[in-house]
Design a protein around this ligand. Structure first.
Ligand code: COA
Length: 386
């Protein structure tokens, strides 16, 4: 009952309850269709770049060449972070989680670039550019600092993914690896009303600045049921260890009511189309760099997992192969969610802009099932034992 009025139906996790009207992306979970602004993800993965896709998500149009050049130049120009942000990252413990470092640094960005007037189009444009440009620089800075190395400044002559890989190692990456990472970023850039987008939208609806919006979303993305699943999937594969252990391990895990990481999705009842595309990318890498034993293991886990869970509509999701891919690229496992964040920042910001066009403060209801009219018991008469 709400305030003693009509009884309300409760949908745990708001499953199936629309939280917004949006024209940014569309999923058909029965057929495995994902579109960004009406364009199939397969088309974008094949023909687009991460920055072009970001433009499409933000402004609902594929950019003309001059528009893309301008947008790319603006992002490239804003990649550097202030030395105070680097100093802040230096103060963080090296054994901390990279998502926490990213969240703290993004929140701090908002103190350097005040963006109070969120309805101002200039504020919207430049904060969007800054966030897309600086998130990879922050991730790379923490990556290096925690292993005792100095951060490497960005290079203007490299593309988004290539520059990120360069900032990690100081070496210009193999173009195929940079291209594969860029495509991964496209595939992770947006996905309708997922948990982190929703949390960003709730923050946006208070008219908080975009740095706060993105840092809320980063916190939500970190959890193992969302962006943290990539890291957890690789941890699960490593625990399994070998192809011979797959079936007994999965059966034991399911019998203990533990989920298989990288499987299942609230919307998809078929294999996630992004998992299919990521698998193709892994194959492209292997053609040049050789097949990894981890991938062979992952394929077996998928086959057995499909056998055990496929009948319930539970299949491999986007996180299943992305971890294997990042691991093949030599990235540390706890950094996988930060790469997800580097991509999803585009989707979060597209939703932020959409929300501001017709904002209503999120203030859902609840169904109270607690007590009423209890007496305040003085402390010396309480029994304790809670
Ligand atoms: N492994 C085993 N069983 C799973 C499962 C998985 N990965 N995902 C869902 N299920 C089962 C649940 O145990 C439950 O079974 P039951 O009805 O017999 O109790 C049923 O499917 C519904 O699960 P539920 O968690 O309520 O569905 P959801 O729509 O909330 O799940 C996820 C979506 C993503 C949270 C869930 O599939 C999950 O936790 N997956 C693992 C984490 C992951 O890979 N996350 C990344 C998502 S992109």
């Amino acid at each position: 009952m709400v305030n003693g009025s009509t009884p309300q139906e409760f949908f745990p996790g708001l499953a199936g309850v629309p939280a917004a009207k949006s024209s940014i992306s569309f999923v058909d979970g029965q057929t495995g269709l994902l579109e960004y602004r009406g364009i199939r993800i397969e088309e974008l993965a094949q023909h687009s770049s991460f920055l072009e896709t970001t433009y499409l998500l933000l402004y609902d149009e594929l950019p003309a060449q001059t528009e893309l050049d301008r947008f790319t130049a603006d992002v490239t120009h804003h990649r550097r972070i202030k030395y105070q942000i680097t100093e802040l990252i230096k103060c963080l413990p090296e054994h901390g989680h990279p998502m926490d470092a990213l969240q703290a640094a993004v929140a701090a960005l908002g103190m350097f670039y005040p963006a109070k007037y969120v309805l101002d189009h200039q504020v919207q444009y430049w904060s969007t550019i800054r966030l897309i440009a600086k998130v990879p620089t922050i991730v790379a800075a923490y990556y290096r600092l925690r292993q005792g190395d100095e951060p490497i400044p960005p290079r203007d002559d490299l593309d988004h993914a290539g520059n990120f890989l360069y900032m990690l190692t100081g070496t210009v990456p193999d173009p195929l690896i940079a291209k594969v990472l860029d495509t991964c970023l496209i595939l992770h850039a947006e996905h309708t009303m997922n948990a982190s987008t929703f949390s960003g939208l709730v923050t946006a609806s208070t008219l908080a600045d975009p740095y706060t919006v993105v840092s809320s979303a980063i916190g939500t993305l970190k959890g193992p049921l969302h962006g943290g699943a990539t890291q957890e999937t690789v941890a699960m594969l490593e625990e399994i260890g070998s192809v011979a252990h797959v079936r007994p391990y999965l059966k034991k895990r399911l019998a203990a009511k533990q989920k298989l990481m990288g499987f299942g999705h609230r919307i998809y009842k078929v294999k996630d189309p992004r998992a299919i595309l990521l698998q193709q990318l892994v194959h492209q890498l292997f053609a040049q760099h050789g097949r990894s034993p981890l991938y062979t293991l992952a394929e077996t886990v998928e086959r057995v997992g499909e056998d055990l869970l496929g009948g319930k509509g539970i299949h491999a999701n986007v996180d299943f192969y992305s971890g294997v891919l990042y691991k093949t690229m030599g990235l540390d496992e706890d950094f996988f969610p930060t790469i997800f964040a580097m991509a999803r920042v585009s989707g979060w910001l597209a939703h932020w802009l959409e929300q501001l066009k017709d904002n209503t403060l999120f203030r859902p209801d609840q169904i109270y099932d607690g007590q009423h009219g209890r007496a305040y018991v003085p402390i010396d008469r309480r029994l304790g034992g809670v």
